[in-house]
Unconditional design. Structure first.
Lengths: 394, 596, 158
């Protein structure tokens, strides 16, 4: 990895040319197969964090035979340090709605939902207005598609797509066994696409400008741009659209406060990168560049040298202990053990080597937890404990 | 035609049926993958993660219970990665579990304990969570004790209560570190829609849900020289007890059980089958009376279909869920309660014992019977009709505590006076049995002829189908019942409350048109009762059912109305079915309860 | 029919008597009542024919569905990492000091309840809090005094 890669600001997402009607009507004239190919060739990957190829998701769902299908926009943005979806929905909602409608056209769904986290309830009135306007236009162009808002009620796990489906079905947001995947067996058992808010906006960009424009940005395996939610010890907290593939070094150069000790990439479920590894780390999906590549839903939290990494980890673990759905053993009990464990080591009630036992536990959690939540607790735990072991003990 | 696919398990290629899970495939190959949240009776949850296995090409482990096999799949069930993870998970469960095994009712029959022992978990490195949380033990129910500190959150009880029983008394509440298994608003079990059926107890892998036991009380009564302790044994106990004492499912141990009870010190060992026969006479007469009122008197107030009332889980269920149909219940008490009422009246008089000196104990395959015995209305003898109810499992404990070698015990017969039974009484223990027994008697009363089925075996009402129907056409009745000529008697049988619900909803919507329905709360009927040996599953229920029908086949008398002691009871004491005395002692009324 | 019953009936009419309506109905009741009482849960169970235990189990899964009585204004202060780093505790002390209640409590006049919550999605303007559905960011003890004073002046309305 060279340091020559400059941080490139891009402005696709929030640039509002108020042309969604034109984009919608022209895109709907194109054949589903053609649109799927466009998406696939753009190499757009899901922007919620997991990075599943969006075109493939639409393709799989379009191939399912069912009278009813559903497109759901996942706006249950709960990952600590992430706040881009809120901004998208308040600034350019019609881009999201347009992409949902196009997805409906592609997969054969007449119904769309936006699962909006309860914490963002204040967005609902404006979003409703946008939907009304949008649906009115759909009627005008004789396209049968409607969108409803489904409000969440304070549960981080509902960002996991099958937990989200359970929640929409009026149940506890407990992730399902997979397979079957939502593309086969989704909302009310019908084939369903669940896409993150930002993913849909990128789809809009791709339908508007063509796949190439998107593909030309970013780097191999990590094409296009990404919204980053920048917070923590930074003079410029906020939301930035940047090309994927940038080095963390460049990022810190731009956003750091000159004393950046570590950056948490991808929120509490992501990785903590210490200063010494900044130059080796690139932001993007595995795949890979040289050095470490770090996927992210966009959360970038900077910590300077005044911060105790013990406190940071403690905060994350408390978060996971509370927000785990609680159904599977490794996640429910594991999170509590990690939280109590680091406190016990800090107090001196457990020896320092107990941290190694906890590290092995996180491996088990990663291997055996039922969903991404339990599996990803290992990321922050191991990256913090490995790099700041002394802060855990003394 | 089933398609076979090729997979490999631990390096050995095998062909298995498409659609099987890894767990099932491994089982077929003779490899047991440990499980906790998995139960054959229930839908797959995949939440305990104990059954994880390695699948080649996948970074993460897969839950064997929830993962279907794919062509070419290479599975490792015991790799180091699997073992280490599995051990970790067991350790985590132990950290969350009140592992004070020596003080646990399920000590020796606990799936978690067994797993911990198998994996030789000798140390507890993880921090014990039990002391950090406030747990309460709910022991207010007369039937079931719920101890959350022993709960491993596998949700088997929740699925049982919802899927098998359609009761939904239990639920998962809260999330994360606060997630727990509880009831509506965390109330006591006795204050919610719980039917006391005990299926949750039977499906619980640990000691989180157990029956309330009355073992010490019974020992005390036996030891008291001033007490005369009578014991009755329900039909299904004799085909289940053996399992608790090391015998194969489906072993009939009637005579050995009677002998054991005598050796435990019970003064008189009697048979609930006797009052099962009595129930048939009373209930059969009640049915015919209702039919006559409906068909001849054109009495529109008569409630049909008539539903059986032997199963106390079913009774509590209908009281909660369909209180508007309580008039459709037969007013007959269950055989246990008929027995209890007679023990302290008829029996006491015949044996010349003061009723207050009699302690009436019953051995039941059922936890709801404990609640039933505690019902305030069950005092018709002037005393509590049944003092203590023990489950099949508790009886096994008594036998083990007394050091009896069950193998060596010679079978003996029941004591007389309320110890005689017929094949019809025995089959009360299986789903469809009450119906079959009733039809054997009712048909004969109406026509003067035996029911027209080979060997009296009314096959259409037998079996394990959730809801079964039968129609019996009445031809050439005797003069008294001439009005029934040509009538097609429509019957139905439902077992497992979720099936009872289906039938009740069909009745409610007017889609069902039955005369007589047998309802049993538990899957398979009493032989699958909540008080039966653990484990119980479809295969075991089948074996017990076969044993029940074999018991029936081998008895000399197979029709309730021919039970000589029942005939004598009417002659000496009750005078006639539905007479004043039986009305007082053998019939009851029901209580409306809340559905939500 | 009391007001809760008629509210729930009208909500069931609006959303449909099906399981998928459970969350919207519970949310609407909470919106009005600020919490979901045992009585409301029973009525919801009855109205859409879902077992009461499942209504309870579902309700308690979601942090924003309160099952204990709360004040008219529910203050939810974010405790997740960035807010914690940026002075959430000082803000919390300021609120406690002003309202004379601790976390999890409700003022005796039933106007304010004080709770912590997980990430509100305003990390770049930390610390943040919600009062009912209103968001307040870049909080300081001074700002808290101003905001709460305004709420205290409010009378009757939400």
């Amino acid at each position: 990895m060279t340091n020559s890669h400059q941080l490139k600001r891009v402005d696709f997402i929030f640039r509002n040319e108020n042309d969604w009607e034109k984009v919608l009507s022209s895109t709907l004239k194109r054949k589903p197969a053609e649109l799927i190919n466009e998406l696939i060739s753009s190499e757009l990957k899901g922007r919620g964090g997991a990075g599943f190829p969006t075109g493939l998701k639409w393709k799989l769902t379009s191939e399912e035979k069912s009278e009813e299908k559903t497109i759901i926009c996942n706006a249950d943005e709960g990952e600590p340090g992430t706040f881009k979806d809120r901004e998208i929905l308040s600034k350019v909602p019609c881009k999201v709605l347009t992409a949902m409608a196009v997805c409906g056209h592609v997969i054969g769904a007449k119904k769309g939902f936006i699962y909006l986290r309860g914490e963002y309830k204040y967005l609902e009135p404006e979003l409703k207005k946008a939907i009304d306007e949008f649906e009115y236009y759909c009627k005008e162009i004789d396209f049968d598609f409607s969108i409803s808002i489904f409000m969440g009620s304070g549960a981080y796990i509902c960002g996991e797509e099958t937990a989200l489906l359970e929640s929409m079905e009026g149940r506890r947001g407990e992730p399902r066994n997979k397979p079957p995947f939502p593309s086969q067996h989704g909302y009310l058992g019908k084939p369903t696409v669940v896409n993150n808010v930002e993913t849909l906006v990128h789809a809009f960009t791709i339908f508007k400008y063509g796949a190439k424009k998107f593909y030309d940005l970013g780097v191999q395996y990590s094409r296009g741009t990404k919204l980053f939610s920048v917070s923590g010890d930074t003079p410029k907290p906020g939301i930035y659209e940047l090309e994927l593939g940038m080095s963390l070094q460049d990022f810190v150069y731009e956003f750091g406060d000159g004393d950046t000790k570590a950056v948490q990439v991808g929120g509490a479920s992501g990785f903590l990168v210490p200063r010494k590894k900044f130059k080796d780390a690139a932001i993007g999906f595995k795949g890979k560049l040289t050095g470490i590549s770090l996927p992210t839903g966009g959360s970038m939290m900077l910590f300077n040298s005044s911060r105790s990494m013990f406190n940071v980890l403690d905060n994350y673990l408390e978060f996971f202990s509370e927000e785990s759905c609680g159904q599977c053993t490794p996640c429910r009990v594991g999170c509590q053990q990690l939280l109590l464990g680091i406190k016990a080591v800090k107090r001196g009630d457990k020896p320092a080597v107990y941290l190694d036992k906890l590290m092995r536990l996180t491996e088990t959690m990663q291997l055996t937890a039922k969903c991404g939540l339990g599996q990803s607790v290992a990321n922050s735990f191991s990256s913090i404990v490995e790099n700041f072991r002394e802060e855990m003990i003394y | 035609m089933t398609t076979k696919i090729n997979i490999s398990i631990n390096g050995f290629p095998v062909k298995i049926e498409k659609g099987k899970t890894i767990l099932e495939a491994a089982k077929e190959e003779g490899i047991t993958i440990p499980t906790l949240c998995y139960h054959k009776d229930l839908c797959v949850a995949g939440n305990c993660r104990v059954c994880v296995v390695e699948v080649a090409g996948q970074r993460r482990l897969s839950a064997a219970c929830a993962t279907p096999c794919d062509e070419g799949m290479e599975i490792l069930t015991n790799s180091l990665k699997v073992r280490n993870s599995r051990k970790h998970i067991i350790e985590l469960l132990l950290a969350e579990h009140n592992a004070d095994c020596t003080k646990c009712y399920r000590n020796g029959n606990c799936e978690l304990q067994e797993l911990a022992s198998e994996y030789k978990i000798m140390t507890q490195d993880f921090i014990e969570l039990v002391p950090l949380k406030t747990y309460s033990i709910d022991m207010y129910s007369p039937s079931i004790i719920k101890d959350d500190s022993k709960c491993i959150r596998c949700q088997r009880c929740v699925r049982t209560c919802a899927e098998l029983q359609g009761v939904n008394a239990l639920t998962v509440a809260h999330k994360g570190n606060k997630m727990k298994i509880t009831t509506f608003f965390e109330k006591h079990m006795r204050d919610v829609v719980c039917t006391n059926c005990g299926q949750c107890v039977n499906h619980c892998p640990t000691g989180a849900l157990v029956e309330k036991n009355y073992i010490e009380e019974v020992w005390e009564a036996i030891a008291n020289p001033n007490k005369h302790v009578v014991v009755q044994t329900a039909p299904a106990v004799r085909v289940g007890l053996g399992e608790e004492l090391g015998l194969e499912p489906g072993t009939r141990v009637t005579g050995k059980m009677v002998a054991a009870l005598k050796r435990l010190g019970f003064d008189s060992v009697l048979d609930t089958d006797f009052t099962a026969d009595l129930t048939i006479v009373e209930e059969g007469t009640e049915l015919l009376t209702r039919l006559k009122r409906a068909l001849v008197d054109k009495d529109e107030t008569v409630s049909l279909p008539m539903a059986t009332s032997c199963s106390p889980g079913w009774i509590k269920y209908i009281e909660h869920m369909f209180p508007e149909y309580l008039d459709n219940l037969s007013t007959c008490k269950s055989p246990q309660q008929m027995f209890g009422a007679l023990a302290k009246t008829y029996y006491a008089k015949a044996r010349n014992i003061e009723p207050d000196k009699i302690v009436s104990v019953s051995i039941m395959p059922c936890t709801a019977k404990k609640f039933e015995a505690f019902r305030p209305e069950m005092h018709d003898s002037g005393y509590r009709d049944v003092d203590y109810v023990l489950t099949t499992r508790e009886l096994a404990i008594l036998i083990k505590q007394a050091g009896l070698d069950f193998d060596k015990i010679e079978p003996v017969k029941y004591d007389r006076l309320m110890g005689d039974s017929t094949g019809a009484g025995v089959i009360f223990g299986a789903t469809g049995g009450v119906m079959e027994a009733a039809l054997r008697t009712a048909y004969e009363i109406i026509t003067g002829r035996e029911v027209p089925f080979k060997n009296l075996n009314i096959e259409p009402v037998r079996g394990m189908e959730g809801v079964r129907e039968a129609t019996i056409k009445i031809e050439n009745p005797v003069k008294e019942w001439a009005f029934l000529d040509g009538v097609e008697l429509k019957c139905a049988v439902a077992h497992g409350l979720v099936n009872a619900k289906k039938v009740m909803e069909a009745i409610k919507s007017g889609k069902a048109n039955y005369h007589f329905i047998e309802f049993m709360a538990c899957p398979g009927g009493c032989l699958g009762g909540g008080g039966q040996p653990i484990p119980t599953n479809a295969e075991i229920r089948q074996r017990r059912a076969e044993a029940i029908y074999a018991e029936d086949r081998d008895l000399p008398i197979r029709k309730s109305h021919e039970n000589p002691e029942v005939i004598k009871l009417y002659k000496d004491f009750l005078i006639e079915p539905l007479g004043a005395k039986s009305h007082h002692l053998l019939h009851t009324k029901y209580t409306k309860r809340n559905r939500y | 029919m009391d007001s809760i019953q008629s509210l729930i009936k009208s909500l069931a009419n609006e959303y449909g008597r099906k399981r998928e309506s459970l969350l919207p109905i519970m949310q609407a009741v909470v919106d009005r009542e600020k919490f979901l009482s045992e009585y409301s849960m029973v009525e919801i169970a009855r109205e859409i024919d879902v077992p009461a235990a499942e209504v309870f189990g579902t309700a308690t899964f979601y942090s924003f569905i309160e099952t204990k009585p709360t004040g008219r204004y529910i203050i939810r202060i974010c405790k997740t990492i960035t807010c914690a780093m940026k002075g959430k505790n000082q803000v919390l002390f300021a609120i406690q000091d002003m309202l004379k209640i601790k976390l999890g409590e409700t003022t005796p006049d039933k106007r304010f309840s004080l709770l912590e919550t997980n990430c509100l999605g305003w990390c770049h303007k930390a610390p943040a809090m919600l009062i009912n559905n209103e968001i307040y960011t870049e909080l300081t003890p001074e700002k808290i005094r101003e905001i709460l004073t305004n709420y205290m002046k409010k009378n009757g309305e939400n």
